[in-house]
Write a protein that binds this ligand. Structure first.
Ligand code: AMP
Ligand code: DBH
Length: 542
């Protein structure tokens, strides 16, 4: 197995420890400490379950022993694909306790993505829910095992069907006596995949605990806070900014919402007295609309976080008057750097910026295309390094060469302006991915799948502005002979086992792509020119 590591230069690691950013703690230790300090406090609410801190710990330890008894060995990687159910947390804390490595997949992922994660991480296990949102994950497990035979162990939260149910693990094996080292990689998070397939992001106990503990402080979490996990909790934002881990670190309560829709989330906010939650912009718009005349009492909500994609100032301005709470903009990435507007920032900052970094140790560069720093307030490429930003992806030399500078900065691909005080305004991005309601889609990956269709000669995928999604995906397709029906092409894409959010929202057939005098255009220029021409035509028609 390719070893998991995340290495900062010695001098910086020493500085991060000396400054107290890295606290020499591990996930297992954190949960043990909290369970010892306040065993009976409710940690987690979901469905009909209400677990105290002591109960969460006991369940995690039982799962840890059971997974080892199945034959998984410390160091093995396990793909975890669970929706927002309490078992998400008992499973991942169980994996940490057994020194197994979770690889976080989203419920929306399908065979293409899961097989990619399993291969890249060399996973031996796969933990899923039985069903969620009308989809049977046990069937996906069948397909995965047929494709990636190294995945020997499947465990199912709920009805196991042909597989082992989580509630029916074998009698526990002895747990490892030694805890992981704080500098060890704790899990693999998933990047949105700006070029090609998603990359695996190794995060250490030290760096991740720092990021969510510091986030919890910035977000004002304490023992009386109630955090609603509305977005899929495997995503880095609801996991760690401050997310479910930040909430548990603060001794607060986590409420799992099975869906982010107002119909499901509003009654939970009222019933559980939720004080803070996080949304992507399209959902925030939906909540603003629904909150205007809801029978549910939302007055407990103090902070609404919005991030994952740019929240436009006009919408941002409405949060306080409509919901009666503070907006917090969050601009983060699974690779590390997270920016927040602070709760007591002036309204112009909260509405008009995407916040400033968590840490005074976050190093932020805003550079022009030649690599020179731009003046304050000018637009440039955002690069960063710091105590919780990775130095390398797992098992991906090509991406590493592209995404990191020789002195260890992560090239975020985001184009920003930096204002006085370090506040960032996201202006756009340098790479060609689509940010569809916070889900990042690689143009390249989708073009590859389109080209696999017999009636597709060539395809270019671009983002188009969308009132609701922020951006939607549009595929320009040159047919090979008779064009296929757009609906058939979409069905073909779904049939390839792709997450549904990656299926192009719109397909436009064209006869040819323009070429320059040289007869050759870079994909990037081609996409830009297709987008420009389409928007210009729309403009003239409107
Ligand atoms: P990932 O690297 O897949 O975790 O995706 C992180 C990316 O999401 C960032 O690099 C940004 O492009 C985008 N993003 C996250 N939050 C925001 C935000 N508040 N405004 C604009 N873009 C955002
Ligand atoms: O989009 C993201 O990846 C994101 C957004 C907000 C993120 O990873 C985060 C906060 O931590």
């Amino acid at each position: 197995m390719i070893p998991l590591r995340q290495i900062w230069p010695d001098n910086l690691a020493a500085r991060y420890r000396a400054a107290g950013y890295w606290r020499s703690a591990t996930f297992s230790q954190m949960l043990r400490d909290r369970a010892a300090a306040h065993p009976d406090r409710i940690a987690l609410v979901g469905g009909t379950e209400r677990w105290s801190y002591a109960e969460l710990l006991a369940r995690a330890e039982r799962i840890a022993g059971g997974l080892l008894a199945l034959g998984l060995k410390p160091g093995d990687r396990v793909v975890v694909q669970l929706p927002n159910i309490p078992e998400f947390l008992s499973v991942v804390f169980g994996l940490f306790r057994a020194r197994l490595i979770p690889v976080y997949a989203l419920p929306a992922h399908r065979l293409v993505e899961i097989a990619h994660f399993a291969r890249k991480a060399e996973a031996r296990g796969y933990i899923v829910a039985d069903r969620h949102d009308g989809f049977d994950y046990r069937a996906l497990a069948d397909e995965l095992r047929a494709e990636v035979s190294a995945v020997e162990h499947v465990v199912v939260a709920g009805d196991g069907g042909p597989y082992r149910a989580l509630a029916d693990l074998p009698p526990p094996a002895a747990l490892p006596a030694e805890d992981a080292a704080p500098s060890d990689v704790a899990f693999l998070q998933i990047s949105g995949g700006s070029t090609g397939l998603s990359k695996l992001i190794p995060r250490t106990h030290d760096d991740y605990i720092y990021s969510f503990a510091a986030s919890a402080e910035i977000c004002g979490l304490g023992p009386d806070s109630v955090y609603l996990a509305a977005l899929p909790v495997a995503h880095n934002f609801p996991m760690s900014s401050p997310g479910v881990f930040g909430a548990l670190h603060a001794g607060a309560r986590v409420v799992m919402s099975p869906s982010p829709s107002p119909e499901v989330a509003f009654p939970l906010i009222a019933r559980e007295g939720v004080t803070i939650t996080g949304l992507v912009p399209p959902l925030a718009l939906l909540w603003l609309q629904a909150a205007a005349n809801t029978p549910h009492d939302l007055s407990s909500l103090k902070v609404l976080q919005v991030g994952g994609a740019k929240f436009m100032p006009e919408a941002a301005r409405r949060v306080r008057p409509v919901l009666g709470c503070t907006l917090q903009q969050v601009f983060g990435m699974a690779e590390g750097l997270v920016n927040y507007t602070r709760l007591d920032d002036p309204e112009e900052i909260i509405v008009g910026t995407q916040g400033r970094p968590i840490s005074e140790a976050d190093e932020v560069l805003v550079l022009d295309d030649a690599g020179h720093p731009v003046a304050e307030g000018e637009v440039g490429n955002l690069l960063t390094r710091g105590p919780y930003t990775i130095r390398a992806y797992h098992n991906d030399d090509v991406a590493n060469a592209r995404s990191f500078t020789p002195d260890g900065y992560y090239r975020t691909g985001d184009v920003v302006r930096r204002l006085p005080g370090g506040y960032l305004v996201v202006q756009g991005r340098a790479t060609d991915h689509i940010n569809r309601a916070g889900e990042k889609i690689s143009a390249e990956e989708i073009e590859d799948h389109l080209q696999a269709h017999a009636q597709v000669f060539d395809a270019a995928v671009v983002s188009l502005p969308d009132d609701y999604l922020g951006e939607r995906s549009c595929a320009f397709v040159i047919p090979a002979g008779d064009p296929p029906k757009a609906a058939a092409l979409k069905a073909f894409m779904r049939g390839r086992g792709l997450a549904a959010f990656k299926v192009p929202d719109q397909i436009i057939f064209v006869d040819a792509f323009e070429t320059t005098a040289v007869g050759k255009v870079s994909r990037k220029e081609l996409r830009a020119s297709l987008r420009r021409r389409f928007l210009a035509e729309q403009g003239t028609r409107a």
